[in-house]
Write a protein that binds this ligand. Structure first.
Ligand SMILES: O=C(O)CCC(=O)N[C@@H](C(=O)O)c1ccccc1
Length: 359
């Protein structure tokens, strides 16, 4: 296990807090045939979900790594880790590292393994809450200039209708626009949220509580903007419940949140069977997590641009070769496994601790 410090190029403010740097937990698995990398999505504090990077490291050290079967592929690891409740981001990092090692040994890319249908994916960008509307418009102008095909605005009570209206007025009705509340509202706000219906948004993401489905189903009957769930969907079972309850009509799939890429693909398959569009969310990943997310975003059911931005959106220097936007798209890595690896001298400069756990 390796912890790295990754300063962000600019503060990233959401309804639950402001990030200025990422304390990232990486997992490297060494097998007789290959080594593999996994990136844990957990933030430093349990503000997005109950997981946090220190807790994930502890869960890996005490429960998840010791539970690893001696000779298992990612499917065997997935089953073995089911005995541990929760800790999905920790599980995802370990499962991904095993999967990466397995695929590198087999000479198969992540995209090919997952079922990618494309060799590049259209990219959206997530824009934080800003100190003023002019500052927001300058940031959005920069991203539109860079070629991002979709803009996502973070919103919260007091920063919602006005910024959305300003972006619409400045960039027109054709720019693909959506909002993400990170669970900042309640049903009391339903009539206020209905005011966003005038702006032709693609979706409103996670308006209500992070563990709710029933109230989102009620809200869906009171607003026209399609509801997309993020935090509420931690498994394929949650996705099935959300669809059957009418809690959402779009799902943001984040492999870390749901326990790994195998469960992410299950959710993709389930949503596709129900005609529910999905897109790939982001957790400010380095190039390692970014590579796996871009491969996932190439699956056929990912019909909406994801938060798969270029490395430069968050990091001055990425620990891998950077992802660079080309005509609003990112290429799906074609090499074995993740198709890239950390650059040793950059990784060592970013490293704050390492811990070797023998099986
Ligand atoms: O582009 C990215 O990687 C970040 C996309 C994004 O907005 N992530 C949000 C989210 O709620 O989806 C987030 C930000 C910070 C921490 C957790 C989640």
């Amino acid at each position: 296990m390796r912890r790295i410090a990754m300063p962000l190029v600019a503060p990233f403010r959401t309804s639950f807090g402001t990030e200025t740097a990422r304390d990232v937990l990486l997992v490297r698995v060494v097998t007789p045939d290959a080594e593999g990398w996994g990136e844990c999505a957990a933030m430093s504090e349990p503000l997005y979900s109950s997981e946090h990077v220190g807790g994930a490291a502890e869960a890996l050290r005490r429960f998840l790594i010791p539970a690893l079967p001696r000779h298992a592929d990612a499917y065997g690891v997935n089953r073995a880790l089911e005995a541990v409740k929760g800790h999905r981001m920790a599980k995802a990092a370990l499962e991904t590292a095993v999967l990466d090692a397995q695929l590198r040994a087999a000479g198969e890319s992540f995209g090919r393994f997952l079922g990618a249908a494309r060799d590049r994916v259209p990219c959206g960008v997530s824009v934080g809450i800003m100190n003023s509307i002019p500052e927001l418009l300058d940031a959005v102008a920069g991203y539109v200039e860079e070629g991002y095909v979709r803009i996502k605005l973070k919103i919260e009570p007091g920063w919602d209708v006005a910024p959305v209206r300003a972006v619409r007025e400045r960039f027109g009705d054709d720019v693909l626009l959506q909002v993400d509340a990170n669970a900042a509202y309640t049903l009391v706000d339903a009539r206020h949220l209905a005011r966003l219906d005038d702006f032709g948004l693609l979706l409103i993401e996670q308006p209500l509580a992070d563990d709710d489905l029933v109230q989102h189903a009620r809200l869906a009957r009171e607003i026209r903007t399609p509801i997309c769930l993020d935090e509420s969907i931690e498994s394929a079972a949650h996705a099935a419940a959300a669809i059957s309850l009418g809690a959402c009509s779009i799902v943001n799939i984040k492999p870390g949140r749901v326990g790994g890429y195998l469960e992410a693909r299950r959710i993709h398959d389930l949503c596709r069977a129900h005609g529910v569009p999905v897109w790939c969310g982001g957790m400010l990943e380095t190039g390692l997590g970014r590579a796996a997310n871009v491969a996932l975003a190439a699956l056929p059911g990912f019909t909406l641009p994801g938060d798969t931005s270029a490395s430069g959106r968050y990091f001055e220097i990425d620990i891998t070769d950077p992802f660079v936007l080309e005509d609003g798209h990112l290429p799906v890595p074609a090499g074995p496994g993740l198709g890239l690896a950390p650059i040793p001298e950059i990784l060592d400069r970013a490293t704050t601790s390492t811990e070797w756990i023998p099986l």
